[in-house]
Every structure is written in structure tokens, then in C-alpha cells.
Design a protein around this ligand. Structure first.
Ligand code: DP6
Length: 320
């Protein structure tokens, strides 16, 4: 009745922004991501016949804010009539700051919850359950390059390329450690209802996905870099043109972009991507990682750097 699972966050290269069904949390567009190796969330779920309510500890401290979303996820995984659960979560990176903490948290929770409830679920079912909790979480079930497709009434995840088949590094430049002002769930709805660019975003996404898929298959870094940066800036343009505007960047975010442009000018194989937060993720070939990390560390306003390779999908650590 207890299980521990670990999952790594993922960074989207072709972004998920917008929902076609808010009830079932179905994304309006497909997306492609890379799963990281060095950052993690470990979730322990213990069903307890004596507990009267679910409880949650995050990095050693009780957390009531996230609990309802986690409880709802466990209800879907184990059934509404399940025993109450003690949930413990531990992460080695800032939570809710645009570093995909919900992706690794819900991927790990879904896997741990299923095992604690003694259910053997397929990847398709796990993806659907994790995705209902947080769209991007479905992608953290798999490692390396992962595609999330909208298929009929549901979603499907598939691995496009294993981490060892194309080892890339990601340098995360942290420019702010506090939680973001507007969570992505709410921000996506603001964009859907108010951004004049939202419709063309939906129309263009299949093309961006095709280019990215093909670039990954051919290991064409330059082509992947161009489409990933374009897709990221397009997503932020939708946000900026929303009402109220959604501007997640700070001055250091912009400076990091300039640093990446300079590195590219000096011949480094690197590109940037930014999610719903002010952090900049620089994706590069491993021979450039040290130079990219040094340049971003020296960029004014950068408070910390994290370096990660590509990792595997969510997995069970132990169950009893
Ligand atoms: C900008 O998966 O956090 O990181 O489904 O509402 O929980 P919900 O959204 P979430 O959104 C991720 C948005 C993004 C882009 C991406 O990861 O594809």
C-alpha cells in the first residue's frame, strides 16, 4: 500500500499552450519535449486505513496549497473510494518557477499512486491520468525526446529518440527563484480567450511539430534550434498580446537571450527556450556545455545555473 517513484522534469521544444477541453485537460496542440536527467521529483504515496484526510509534505514542510490537485489525481488513479494517503514529495530544484515542477511531480505521483494501489497500468493510461493533472506531466513518463499527440478523444505519448541516441545538454539559467504570478493553467485560458494570435498558433503547430520531428530524426541541431526558438517566441507573443498581458520575462531573461545569440555568433551549437517563467533554458551539444554555462553564469541577473543531460522517464523506486 505504499510506493515511491521518481520523475524528471521535461522542457518543451515545441510548446503546449492552450486547451481544447478544460474538463479533461486535453491540450489544443501537440508538443515535443526533452526529459532532463539531473533534476528530479521523488514522490512517496502511502495509503493509510487510519488516516482521515490526505496530507502532503513538500521538501519536509506541510503544503496545503498543492494538496487538492494531488488528491484529485490520486482519486483518478486509485478510485474515489480509495484510502486516504500520506504524500511526501522531494525536489532538487525551485518549485512553480517555470521549471516544469508540476510535470515531474504529477508523473511521479501517477506512477507511485498506481503502484501503491496495486494497479498495473499501461503507459497510455498513465499518460492520460498524468495529463489530466497537468498536460506536460504526461511527457515526463518517457525519457529522451518525447512527443505528446492529441489523438481523438485522448492524448498519446511516444519516445522519438532515446537520450543516448542524441545526447544533448541543457543549461538552466535561473533569474528568479520565487513562484510565478500566474500559473500556466490560468494563463492558457487567458490566451485562448483574448489573444489575437491564438488561432494562428493552433494552425501553425502541426508544421512546427513536423519540422522538429524530422530534425530530431536526422540529428539536425541547426534546424531544431531554429524551429524551437521560433515556437518559443511565438508562444510568448501570444502571451504578450493577451489581455491582461502575460509577461513572464525579466531583464535578466532578455540578457540571457543576448548571451545565447553571442554564443551562436561565436559558432556554439546552442539555442534557447523559455516557459511560463523567467528562467532561460539553453540547449546545446555537450562539447559547448562548459562555454554556455560560463557565459550564462556571467550574465548579469543570473542567480544560479543548473546543468543537465537528457534522462529517462518516470520509474518506480520501491513498492510494498
Ligand atoms: C509553457 O502542463 O503546466 O511549460 O496542463 O494546465 O497543468 P496544465 O499546464 P502545464 O503547462 C506547460 C506549459 C509550458 C509549455 C510546455 O511545457 O509544453
Amino acid at each position: 500500500m505504499r510506493a515511491t517513484a521518481i520523475a524528471q522534469p521535461n522542457i518543451a521544444l515545441i510548446k503546449y499552450w492552450g486547451k481544447r477541453d478544460t474538463e479533461r485537460n486535453l491540450p489544443a496542440v501537440g508538443s515535443i519535449s526533452i526529459t532532463l536527467r539531473e533534476l528530479y521529483t521523488r514522490m512517496h504515496v502511502e495509503f493509510d486505513a487510519d488516516a482521515v484526510a490526505d496530507s502532503l509534505q513538500v521538501n519536509g514542510a506541510p503544503d496545503a496549497t498543492m494538496l487538492p490537485r494531488l488528491s484529485a489525481c490520486l482519486d483518478r488513479v486509485a478510485g474515489g473510494d480509495r484510502l486516504r494517503a500520506r504524500i511526501t514529495s522531494e525536489s532538487n530544484f525551485p518549485i512553480a518557477a517555470g521549471l516544469a515542477s508540476s510535470a515531474s511531480a504529477f508523473a511521479a505521483l501517477t506512477v507511485a499512486g498506481a503502484h501503491a494501489a496495486q494497479k498495473t497500468l499501461s503507459i497510455a493510461t498513465l499518460a492520460s491520468l498524468a495529463g489530466q493533472a497537468s498536460g506536460s506531466a504526461a511527457r515526463s513518463l518517457l525519457g529522451g525526446f518525447v512527443e505528446l499527440e492529441n489523438r481523438g478523444e485522448d492524448i498519446a505519448v511516444s519516445a522519438l529518440c532515446e537520450p543516448a541516441e542524441w545526447p544533448l545538454d541543457v543549461v538552466v539559467a535561473i533569474t528568479e527563484t520565487g513562484p510565478k504570478a500566474v500559473g500556466s493553467t490560468e494563463a492558457m485560458e487567458i490566451s485562448r480567450h483574448t489573444s489575437p494570435f491564438y488561432q494562428s498558433w493552433l494552425e501553425q503547430q502541426p508544421h512546427d511539430l513536423d519540422i522538429a520531428r524530422d530534425s530530431i530524426a536526422r540529428r539536425d541541431f541547426g534546424r531544431l534550434a531554429a524551429i524551437a526558438e521560433h515556437n518559443c517566441l511565438k508562444m510568448h507573443s501570444i502571451m504578450w498580446a493577451s489581455r491582461p498581458p502575460l509577461v513572464y520575462w525579466n531583464a535578466a531573461t532578455m540578457r540571457c537571450l543576448q548571451t545565447v545569440r553571442k554564443l551562436q555568433g561565436s559558432g556554439a551549437d546552442v539555442f534557447f527556450t523559455i516557459d511560463a517563467g523567467p528562467q532561460v533554458k539553453a540547449v546545446c551539444l555537450p562539447e559547448h556545455t562548459q562555454a554556455v554555462a560560463a557565459a550564462l553564469r556571467d550574465t548579469p541577473g543570473v542567480v544560479d545555473i543548473m546543468i543537465s543531460g537528457l534522462g529517462s522517464g518516470a520509474r518506480l523506486e520501491n513498492a510494498r
